[in-house]
Ligand binder design. Structure first.
Ligand SMILES: *Cc1c(COP(=O)(O)O)cnc(C)c1O
Length: 422
């Protein structure tokens, strides 16, 4: 920490030394009414639009206009295989093999599709374990799966809660929960990076623990994909899902990614929901064949996908490829540690960072807890030109994103916060 300094000049120097600083110019930065750039700190919620995106989408609109249905085979990027153009880069970002990854549907939909295959309750082992402050959609999804299989969702849901007076989940508590309930738990489904606290869980540790008790383990990595190195393959997780509109900058409501570990790629015994896009590509259009399952994550697709949304994902992934994800993660650590340093020098007891201090246990987001849940602080920040978000009951989330946020952004944000707090 001690290698950070106060003052604007230090921030500017960091930006001058940052080989990724020019990537900011590849994005549209939102502005206020007077045309001044806002300080955008909500890439954890909706990533900014790469300037490439419009061109990529326009290409598909043009091909559609010129070629009609023939665009499936004769377009510049034939639509039939469009999802394949995304696979390698997406796999690299989440630390998976290409056969383990597919982009399809939206996030909660994919979570359900994964649970169709990987939540196999029996009368003895039917419970689902999630973290206590899981993202609401995930909680609703697992509760509805319990009910779908005829279980009571109060009885069937086990919560991994943080301790009284603490914000972060503790692994000892997870171990104890599994010691007591391990043989009743069919599925452990955790948010890889918690949306509220920004805590990045040790996916491998949780997976090993779950597997040692005979549980299936899956993760929702919506706040991890494009933010931290997930190493999904090495984690050994059975499945994972994530969206592409947060750190992956692919536009509101854009498609989701799904990971299924390689060891399940050729299994025929897994129950899946299927459609023509789960069927062998070579014979898909013969239309009358017996169903022939595609191996790997692709085999979970149902429908021919929305090309316009996938064009936006392709544009975004091309920007990631140019920057290099490893380098982005390194910058992210410096940027967020600098942010933490500045907040701590404010020395103000009205605010407290609840995100873990260790860089391995967080991504770029810092969650700032506000004393007495004083929401007006967030309101004033917004008026001061900082886009952050408020999450009930008492947290402001700020995520300096290494692709388009600068050290100067972070500096200005904290200066404005300081003024408001005083
Ligand atoms: C953002 C987010 C969602 C949103 O789900 P959609 O299906 O994309 O609307 C769900 N779960 C988590 C953990 C998220 O972070």
């Amino acid at each position: 920490m001690s290698n950070y300094q106060l003052g604007l000049e230090f921030a500017k120097e960091q930006d001058r030394n940052d080989e990724l600083s020019l990537f900011r110019t590849q994005f549209h930065m939102p502005k206020d009414k007077n045309g001044n750039e806002l300080i955008y700190m909500t890439g954890n919620s909706l990533g900014l639009q790469p300037k490439l995106t419009k061109d990529y989408i326009n290409q598909e609109l043009e091909d559609w206009a010129k070629l009609g249905v023939e665009g499936h085979t004769d377009g510049r990027h034939p639509w039939l295989n469009y999802h394949e153009y995304l696979t390698d880069t997406m796999a690299e970002i989440v630390g998976a093999k290409p056969i383990e990854v597919v982009v399809m549907n939206s996030l909660t939909t994919n979570l359900h599709l994964m649970m169709v295959s990987f939540y196999k309750p029996t009368s003895k082992r039917y419970k689902i374990l999630i973290e206590a402050d899981a993202f609401p959609s995930d909680k609703y999804a697992v509760e509805s799966q319990l009910r779908h299989h005829g279980y009571d969702d109060n009885d069937g849901l086990i919560l991994w809660k943080s301790r009284e007076g603490e914000e972060l989940a503790n692994y000892d508590d997870l171990e104890n929960l599994l010691k007591v309930h391990g043989n009743e738990i069919a599925l452990i489904m955790i948010g890889g990076v918690n949306y509220y606290t920004g805590q990045f869980f040790d996916l491998k540790r949780i997976t090993n623990l779950g597997h040692s008790h005979g549980c299936v383990v899956g993760f929702d990595c919506a706040h991890g994909a494009g933010n931290v190195q997930l190493n999904l393959h090495d984690s050994g997780a059975d499945f994972a899902v994530w969206c592409s509109y947060k750190y992956l900058n692919s536009g509101p409501g854009s498609l989701s990614g799904a990971f299924v570990h390689e060891r399940h790629a050729h299994r025929k015994d897994l129950n899946r929901f299927t459609g023509w896009w789960s069927h062998n590509k070579d014979t898909r259009f013969k239309m009358r064949d017996e169903f022939d399952q595609l191996p790997g994550a692709e085999g979970w697709q149902l429908s021919n996908p929305p090309i316009l949304s996938m064009a936006a994902i392709r544009a975004s992934l091309d920007v990631f490829k140019q920057a290099g994800f490893q380098k982005l993660c390194e910058k992210s650590r410096r940027l967020t540690s600098y942010f933490e340093f500045l907040i701590n020098t404010l020395n103000n007891s009205d605010i407290k960072i609840i995100t873990p201090h260790h860089p391995e246990e967080r991504g770029c987001q810092l969650s700032i807890q506000v004393k007495n849940a004083d929401k007006s602080l967030h309101h004033k920040l917004t008026e001061a030109g900082v886009i952050s978000d408020w999450r009930e009951p008492d947290v402001i989330r700020c995520a300096p994103v290494p692709l388009y946020n600068s050290f100067e952004d972070v500096y200005k944000l904290v200066e404005r916060l300081k003024k408001i707090l005083n």
